[in-house]
Design a protein around this ligand. Sequence first.
Ligand code: GDP
Ligand code: MG
Ligand code: ZN
Length: 401
Amino acid sequence: MSKIQEKRLQQAEINIGMVGHVDHGKTMLTKALTGVMTDTHSEELKRGISIRLGYADAIFRKCPKCKGDEAYTTSEICKICGSKTVPLRRVSFVDAPGHETLMATMLSGAALLQGAVLVIAANEKCPQPRTAEHLAALKIAGVKNIVVAQNKIDLVNKEKALENYNQIKKFLSENGYENAPVIPTSATYGVNIDFLIAAIERTIPTPEYDLTKPLKMYVVRSFDINRPGTKPENFKGGVLGGSIMCGKAKAGEEIEIAPGFGKRILTQISSLSTSTGIIEEAHPGGLIAIGTPLDPRLTRNDQMRGQIVAKPGILPAEVNELRLELHYLDRLLIKIPEFRTNDAVIATIGTATNLGIITNCRHDYIEIKLKMPAIVEKGQKIALSKKTESGWRLAAYGKVL
Ligand code: GDP
Ligand code: MG
Ligand code: ZN
């Protein structure tokens, strides 16, 4: 492999969301594609559901000798002819929780996605509530390229599979995703994973990122990587995990973190890494970790989730109020009443989850006073959730005026 190719495989080119209703097989399918079990958090194991966004990378490969979609794999050896396969690209899967109370986590992850696999169980009627809500969230986030995995195909007969397939097709075309391919899979038995990879390769290409723009990155996680008991002189600085939206990042560069805590934070990139190790330069797409000289108390427990990292001076001023053109979602299964003045609302702005109070509202316009300052751009779409009996539900989106 050439040095350039080796470098290209160090950082994933895109983030692909694993979305869909709870128990339809998102975590199992992520495992089938990457070999990694993403719910390893003790609380997740106990409750048997994914709580946080999980991440796992795969390198998609193809046999140079075999023809057809069976030639796609993540294995270094072709299962058909035994040849050595060639790497195509590294992709990162973002496994979203499908539980109804965890919609905010899914929404904040949606900002990072260049594409998604919508997992739909073949043995249940389609759509289920979270199937519809997650697809609506993808639409708001501008994710156009999706592949549907009609999973648990091992649990149904041919008639049931076809009936479910027709429900899926109808649901997709009602939502403007009629071109999304539907691949029958069984995550448990590893059936059709090759066809799923082939469909992702065709449907979710790596976008042409603008590397000439100044750096802008959304933070989704942050950590304190020091073990308890580390002496202060050996402390490692705070680490920020996220995905670059435009531009590039290099070690040594100055960065600004906004909105910060009360005020913006000026610091620098002391190191860059991906799950494969240290890298010299990072591009948009796959998740990266930025090492900084910041006090790790600022970054522990994902406290920096929702912050924006950028080249100093390029971000607009923080706002404490949103004025939005309002659009209700009309394709959800659960009817949600319209917003009213004084209602509480959760606004998902990039990867930030921001609580607010409605100060003014009409059918097509809304004003929200935010609890915490936010950074927005004109035309940006913001997902709006409303409190209902079943918790916070995605109800509408607003376009920044
Ligand atoms: P998630 O909530 O969407 O992440 O669903 P999981 O991946 O955790 O799977 C939920 C349950 O369905 C688990 O018990 C899995 O073993 C099971 N499951 C997932 N995929 C399949 C499949 O293709 N076939 C069958 N029979 N069971 C599956
Ligand atoms: Mg899961
Ligand atoms: Zn082969």
